[in-house]
Design a protein around this ligand. Structure first.
Ligand code: AHR
Length: 500
């Protein structure tokens, strides 16, 4: 298969926020996964798990969304501040009906972001919260002037304001966030965002709730109405898309699946391309200069929960199939870098397509973790023009392109390429041409295995990236560089070429 990269065709910067993550008060994501409390035997800093923080730093996580999800529109921030033992308890009605003791709140979340070194993205409550409550939360977090909110913050142990830029105004307000119609939500959005003020140097970046979509269900109307009525008042518009095989009632196992299930899952990941193109086209009717970010702030696989676990906790294992979903989706997100500037996979730990799983004091890094790790060199690079001739695999849901790709250039002129090979059985031979210059192969890594391969608490390193050496430079001169690459089946590969 022929693959041409054109370094003279420069695209947009690949915003690092495309590698964002999502953490909700759901199942064991926060409690157990990220937060164990300061009296836990598990190593922690002010209650936050050190093993997880260390792993996230290595993965290069740029931002973290919290507290939901559906939970966000039932979350009342005042319940989660002050002395933990006195905090109000509530029922988590969305996720398993369990008691939420609010021991992880604003201070703990922002401490977590500080420890990881990532930016917070806070989803404000529109569905069941008042304008005043929302306005005061932003003031509590970001103002340094004397006010009842800043005095309260200081009383709770934090004198300096935090730097919180990304603010989501409602979540899935067409569903769990209030069952609103787009016309109504546009007005509600306009009203709520009016009271999100700038207190310090940081201008709030206001994110409107976008459409919920499904495979071949684009819901462009929501985007159209929102853009028509509220584009002037937003910096970003979100979008949710889950890779679901089967029906919501029977989505299938995360670990036991046929080759046909594997390919049909990947066709759904490939749909991200169409999803982004079509929503971008609608947004461009109102915002041709692409000022407003399209933000895929919930994406990833959603399978049946692991047998024997609470159905409301959405705990699923993670295989090479998930890594391929991540690799194909990230390639699409990056290739839309002119409009798509942020994305958040659901969810960070122990929920849905997680990079990290925990069980007591044990932690395991999933194939999805390694997909993010493998792709991270693209962050803040310049997207390059590229052309790929790829074969296609037939499925009942349409053709699946065997190969997906992204090419980018870093500040030193080196070229970073990521490629996925979806074929479950066959290696793929790629004839690469980097046009207009002489390059050498500097380094690369590959993540590969059987589509069912996964890491477990007993076998933590069954899937992990290895050095990739299957690159032969066939010719190189000032007109271009030719290389032969052999990609193993079911794989994600990262390649770095150095300009000579
Ligand atoms: O990620 C799980 C849930 O999926 C979120 O709470 C909600 O926004 C979406 O429906």
């Amino acid at each position: 298969m022929r693959y041409i990269v054109e370094p003279r065709l420069k695209g947009a910067e690949i915003n690092k926020n495309i590698y964002g993550q999502f953490s909700e008060h759901l199942g064991r994501c926060i409690y157990g996964g990220l937060f164990v409390g300061k009296d836990s035997k598990i190593e922690n800093v002010r209650g936050i798990r050190s093993d997880v923080v260390d792993a996230l730093k290595k993965m290069g996580i740029p931002n973290l969304r919290w507290p939901g999800g559906c939970f966000a529109d039932e979350y009342h921030w005042r319940d989660g501040i002050g002395e933990p033992s006195t905090r109000k308890k509530m029922i988590n009605t969305n996720w398993g009906g369990v008691t939420e003791d609010n021991s992880f709140g604003t201070h703990e979340f922002l401490d977590l972001c500080d420890q990881i070194g990532c930016e917070p993205y806070i989803n404000l409550n529109v569905g069941s919260g008042t304008v005043q409550e929302m306005e005061e939360w932003v003031e509590y977090m970001t103002s340094s002037n004397l006010s009842p909110m800043t005095a309260l913050r200081e009383k709770n142990g934090r004198k300096e304001p935090w730097n919180v830029k990304f603010l989501g105004i409602g979540n899935e307000n067409w569903g769990c966030g209030g069952s609103m119609r787009p016309e109504y939500y546009s007005d509600v959005y306009r009203r709520y965002q009016t009271f999100v003020h700038q207190y310090g140097a940081q201008k709030p970046f206001k994110i409107a709730c976008g459409a919920g979509t499904g495979f071949k269900g684009l819901n462009l109307e929501w985007t159209d109405v929102l853009m028509k009525n509220a584009a002037h008042a937003m910096d970003g518009l979100s979008l949710h898309y889950y890779t679901v095989l089967g029906s919501w009632e029977k989505k299938g196992s995360a670990t036991e699946f046929t080759e046909d299930d594997y390919y049909r899952t990947l066709v759904r990941a490939q749909f991200v391309e169409e999803l982004l193109s079509k929503h971008d086209a609608v947004m461009s009717e109102y915002d041709p200069d692409k000022r407003i970010w399209l933000i895929l702030d919930e994406w990833g696989t959603w399978f049946d929960v692991e047998p024997g676990t609470n159905p409301g906790f959405l705990y699923q294992q993670n295989t090479m199939r998930d890594a391929l979903v991540a690799g194909i989706s990230l390639n699409s997100l990056q290739r839309h870098a002119d409009r798509v500037k942020m994305a958040n996979i659901a969810q960070l730990v122990n929920v849905l397509q997680s990079p990290i799983l925990t069980e007591g004091d044990k932690m395991v890094l999933t194939p999805t973790y390694y997909a993010f790790d493998l792709y991270q060199k693209h962050q803040q690079n310049t997207l390059l023009g590229s052309l790929l001739e790829t074969e296609s695999i037939d499925t009942a849901d349409g053709g699946l392109k065997t190969i997906s790709e992204t090419a980018s250039e870093d500040k030193d002129g080196n070229i970073v390429i990521t490629l996925t090979n979806a074929s479950a059985k066959s290696a793929a031979s790629i004839q690469l041409r980097i046009d207009g210059g002489r390059y050498e192969y500097a380094s690369g890594r590959v993540l590969t295995g059987d589509m069912h391969d996964m890491n477990t608490f007993d076998e933590k390193n069954a899937v992990a990236p290895k050095a990739f050496t299957d690159v032969k430079i066939a010719a190189a001169d000032d007109n271009g560089t030719e290389a032969e690459i052999s990609l193993p089946s079911c794989s994600l590969t990262e390649l770095v070429f150095k300009r000579l």
